[in-house]
Design a protein. Structure first.
Length: 175
């Protein structure tokens, strides 16, 4: 994708294209549009990261709360966004059997009641076993640590979604 094309988009078009690089948070794309022209996709990504970092704690928690649970209700109902659906199925999470689904659901519930936001991890940079292991270890973090970790994961998800949009091949590093 040519940056000239991106930079010439009106905000409606920009939102159509980039509105879900942060899951269900089109506000992020709407906010950074005013920062055009972007010299590169990385520059756009930096604007997004800086905007997220500038949010108060409540805003960061709000971003995390817009993410679907792994192996949760949206997955079972088929109401995930196309981006999440693709990511969760690439990580093999849509093919968990009922027995396998049990463990992340139980841990997810404990995680959510401890932090009041869902466990967020960039599943394309991970695999089923690592995700379950990370859930089990991150649940012991402090709320402050876990907010930071969750937001870092949101940025990784955003990075890969931007690469998808810009037509580059994502070289996702396995954790
Ligand atoms: C997600 C998601 O939708 N995509 C991804 O990589 N991780 N959700 C989550 N709760 O971690």
């Amino acid at each position: 994708m040519e940056m000239q094309t991106v930079n010439s988009m009106n905000y409606e078009h920009f939102l159509d294209v980039f509105g879900n690089v942060v899951e269900k948070c089109p506000l992020v794309a709407a906010a950074v549009w005013a920062g055009r022209p972007f010299s590169s996709v990385s520059a756009l990504e930096k604007n997004i990261g800086d905007f997220i970092d500038s949010l108060p704690r409540s805003g960061k928690e709000g971003i995390l709360r817009c993410h679907p649970d792994l192996a949760g209700r949206e997955l079972l109902r088929g109401t995930l966004t196309p981006e999440s659906q693709r990511e969760l199925s690439q990580a093999g999470l849509t093919s968990l059997t009922a027995g396998q689904r049990f463990q992340p659901s139980e841990l997810n519930a404990s995680y959510k009641s401890r932090f009041n936001f869902p466990f967020v991890i960039c599943v394309r940079m991970s695999d089923k076993e690592t995700i379950i292991q990370q859930l089990g270890s991150r649940i012991r973090n402090s709320p402050e640590q876990e907010l930071q970790t969750g937001i870092q994961e949101v940025k990784k998800i955003c990075h890969l979604r931007l690469l998808d949009i810009s037509g580059q091949v994502a070289q996702a590093t396995k954790l």
